[in-house]
Design a protein around this ligand. Structure first.
Ligand SMILES: NC(=O)C1=CN([C@@H]2O[C@H](COP(=O)(O)OP(=O)(O)OC[C@H]3O[C@@H](n4cnc5c(N)ncnc54)[C@H](O)[C@@H]3O)[C@@H](O)[C@H]2O)C=CC1
Ligand SMILES: O=C(O)[C@@H]1CCC=N1
Length: 276
């Protein structure tokens, strides 16, 4: 199973990053990507040992795993075009679409299928992704291991027991890179207004974010402890942190993440009812 044949339906950003990660991690099983856009396929396949086709059904022929990597809004029509083929061969289905529930995907594909839902994130592009995974009851242990191998090739993956937890995963790691980018944008602008060049500001902010993330992951200390260690009594950081607290940073983060999870739930309802 470790070298199962895989097809990616949709050869966009996420499929490209996952395929690149898989190949870089030494995966040697057959990989096919499908997309109606021949330019995207050419771009993806240049220098990579994969097959491509603009015909989704041709792509999934003989595949053990079908990874659905199209936008949620086109997923229904994509699935409807695959029903006959997947009902014959019963591959493992993995969907990375935001919001879309496993039961909805299973129904669109004709039912009675092993379906894994994954919420990845864009740092998968640089092999530092974080993915949440949920499996329906038809997924075997071998298939779970295979899905883990795919997403561990581009970062880390964690299983959630209840599918609704993927809304929280979306609010945390799926959309999370955008929160950090926004914070970094704001820091860069402020650094510039304090007199640094755009180039120097971008380098200092990026390296600081990288260092802080590595300390959270590797130092054994919590984010809270690490924050406190930067704050010298009556020093500069303490003043900045107090300013953030007074301006309600924590509440703003909480509100944004609730809004994100709510939108994920709303998308699930809209997509299931076809009301997008
Ligand atoms: N971008 C992100 O940060 C994240 C995206 N996702 C999910 O990943 C999925 C893909 O997102 P991206 O890669 O960012 O989108 P993208 O737009 O880069 O890629 C989607 C690809 O699907 C292709 N496509 C359209 N119709 C098709 C069809 N009928 N058959 C085959 N391919 C078709 C498009 O040509 C495009 O290349 C989405 O469902 C999204 O919700 C999940 C987590 C994070
Ligand atoms: O914004 C979105 O809907 C997708 C899902 C998580 C990140 N991007």
């Amino acid at each position: 199973m470790a070298q199962a044949s895989m097809v990616f339906i949709g050869a966009g950003n996420m499929a490209t990053s996952i395929i690149s990660g898989l190949l870089q991690s030494g995966y040697t099983g057959p990989i096919t990507a499908t997309d109606p856009d021949q330019d995207k396929l050419n771009q993806l396949a240049s220098g990579l040992d994969i097959q491509t086709t603009t015909d989704n059904n041709e792509g999934i022929s003989g595949a053990d795993v079908v990874i659905l990597a199209v936008k949620p809004q086109v997923m229904k029509s994509v699935c409807q075009g695959l029903v006959e083929a997947v009902q014959q061969s019963r591959p493992l289905i993995i969907s990375i679409a935001a919001g879309l529930e496993s039961e909805t995907i299973e129904q669109w594909l004709g039912g009675n299928l092993a379906v894994i839902r994954c919420m990845p994130n864009t740092p998968a592009l640089v092999q530092t992704g974080a993915s949440g995974l949920y499996a329906n009851t038809r997924v075997s242990d071998d298939q779970k291991n295979l899905a883990e191998m795919v997403f561990n090739a581009v970062g880390i993956s964690i299983w959630v027991e209840k599918e609704h937890h993927l809304h929280a995963v979306t609010a945390t790691s799926g959309s999370g890179p955008a929160y950090f980018f926004m914070f970094m944008e704001a820091m860069q602008k402020s650094a510039e207004s304090l007199g640094l060049s755009a180039d120097v500001a971008a380098k200092l902010v990026g390296q600081t974010a990288l260092g802080a993330a590595q300390m959270v992951l590797n130092s054994g200390d919590s984010a809270e402890t690490l924050r406190k260690k930067v704050c010298s009594p009556n020093g500069t950081t303490e003043r900045a942190i107090r300013s953030f607290e007074q301006d309600g940073l924590r509440a703003a983060v909480q509100q944004a993440m609730i809004a994100c999870a709510d939108r994920s739930e709303e998308m699930a309802r809209e997509l299931a009812s076809g009301d997008q």
